[in-house]
Design a protein around this ligand. Structure first.
Ligand SMILES: Cc1cc2nc3c(=O)[nH]c(=O)nc-3n(C[C@H](O)[C@H](O)[C@H](O)COP(=O)(O)OP(=O)(O)OC[C@H]3O[C@@H](n4cnc5c(N)ncnc54)[C@H](O)[C@@H]3O)c2cc1C
Length: 336
């Protein structure tokens, strides 16, 4: 029997959409059982719902991954290897590593969502991306229902992307992820500007990984809207990577364009700046809009529909394209 269920509590946009076939998997066998029934129906895999926009009620079967467990699988004097169930909450896992004094993901504190979704878009924040600690993951093929191990080299990690968001999109369900973290001699990443500044302001001379986590949490809480209070999925678009030529063209219109040099030819620029320059920061239209402090965060004021949010996002895209000739790419996964 199919179970119909509102998934309002399972998506951070807080959209009151109904799934007509809602399922939960607590282990790999339950994923395989589900796939035996549904793999031809283009199922939707759901983690914490913090990077997904449902445009309307969902006809496709939904599988929410709730596989738990955090286990040390190997260690030597310098590193520990930890296998984590895809359904573990990401920030709970970060806090677990801090209690054990294992280093590597402290900068990724307070990112919403689950462990199994973290490799999909190679989550990143404050100068660290997931691929720096990713060892491998177990994933079940939708095609043959067999488990395959993906090592880091197999995953094609790039900025907010991986093979699971590109070539193998919707082809595998991740069940567990193995991380390689430092046991001592932690390699702290403190170069990200707001983090560096806060360390200086607070006069912290030898920060610990717990200090870094606390500072990241402080910065994030002051900047990003809490989805429990106002529906959102964090950054809606990726920061575009543009050529030197293009950067020079935009600089000739506005000298103040911020950029981050990736190579002599490639520069990353903040999508939030482009959106703000189009007059869309803090713009509210109906039940949706951009956050007043963060132009890249599209919000649900309470009663927005997925289509309303989607249409608003496309309006932003058109404006940025017209003004800067840059096509923004969605970071959020859109479900039609
Ligand atoms: C306030 C806020 C701040 C955020 N800040 C950041 C940030 O700093 N950095 C960052 O990178 N992201 C950020 N995000 C985005 C989001 O938290 C991450 O992308 C997160 O990894 C999504 O996890 P999830 O479990 O919620 O994924 P979901 O939204 O449930 O799913 C995301 C995608 O992954 C697929 N998926 C989920 N689980 C699996 C699985 N087990 N196997 C295969 N496919 C799967 C889904 O089908 C979907 O396509 C933020 C979001 C919010 C709301």
């Amino acid at each position: 029997m199919n179970i119909s269920k509102s998934i309002k509590q399972f998506n951070t946009f807080g959209l009151d959409v109904v799934s007509n076939d809602f399922n939960i998997a607590k282990n790999e066998d339950e994923i395989i059982n589900f796939l035996n029934k549904h793999s031809n129906n283009n199922p939707i895999v759901l983690g914490g719902g913090s990077n997904i926009l449902f445009k309307k009620d969902i006809e496709r079967p939904v599988l929410k991954i709730e596989i738990k467990g955090i286990n040390v699988v190997k260690e030597d004097s310098a590193f520990v290897y930890i296998s984590v169930g895809a359904g573990e909450n990401w920030d709970n896992f970060v806090n677990w590593t801090l209690r054990k004094d294992y280093g590597g993901i402290e900068n990724l504190s307070l990112i919403p969502g689950n462990v199994g979704s973290a490799p999909i878009q190679n989550i990143g924040a404050y100068g660290v991306e997931l691929d720096s600690v990713f060892e491998s993951c177990r994933a079940i093929s939708l095609e043959n229902k067999k488990v395959k191990i993906f090592h880091k080299i197999d995953c094609d990690f790039t900025y907010r992307s991986s093979i699971f968001k590109e070539k193998l999109k919707n082809k595998y369900i991740i069940s567990r992820v193995v991380f390689k973290l430092t046991k001592k001699s932690h390699f702290l990443k403190t170069n990200y500007k707001p983090l560096k500044e806060l360390i200086k302001i607070k006069n912290i001379s030898n920060p610990t990984i717990q200090d870094i986590s606390n500072l990241v949490k402080e910065i994030r809480s002051s900047k990003l809207p809490d989805p429990k209070i106002i529906g959102n999925c964090g950054s809606f678009f990726k920061n575009p990577i543009i050529s030197k030529n293009k950067l020079e063209k935009i600089s000739s219109i506005d000298k103040l364009i911020p950029f981050y040099k990736l190579s002599d030819e490639k520069f990353k620029i903040p999508a939030a700046w482009l959106i703000e320059k189009c007059g869309m920061k803090g713009r509210i239209e109906g039940q949706t809009g951009t956050h007043k402090e963060h132009a890249l965060v599209i919000i649900n004021l309470g009663a927005a529909t997925g289509t309303e949010i989607y249409n608003f996002s496309q309006k932003i895209k058109k404006l940025v394209l017209k003004k800067f000739n840059i096509l923004l790419e969605e970071e959020v996964n859109i479900i039609d």
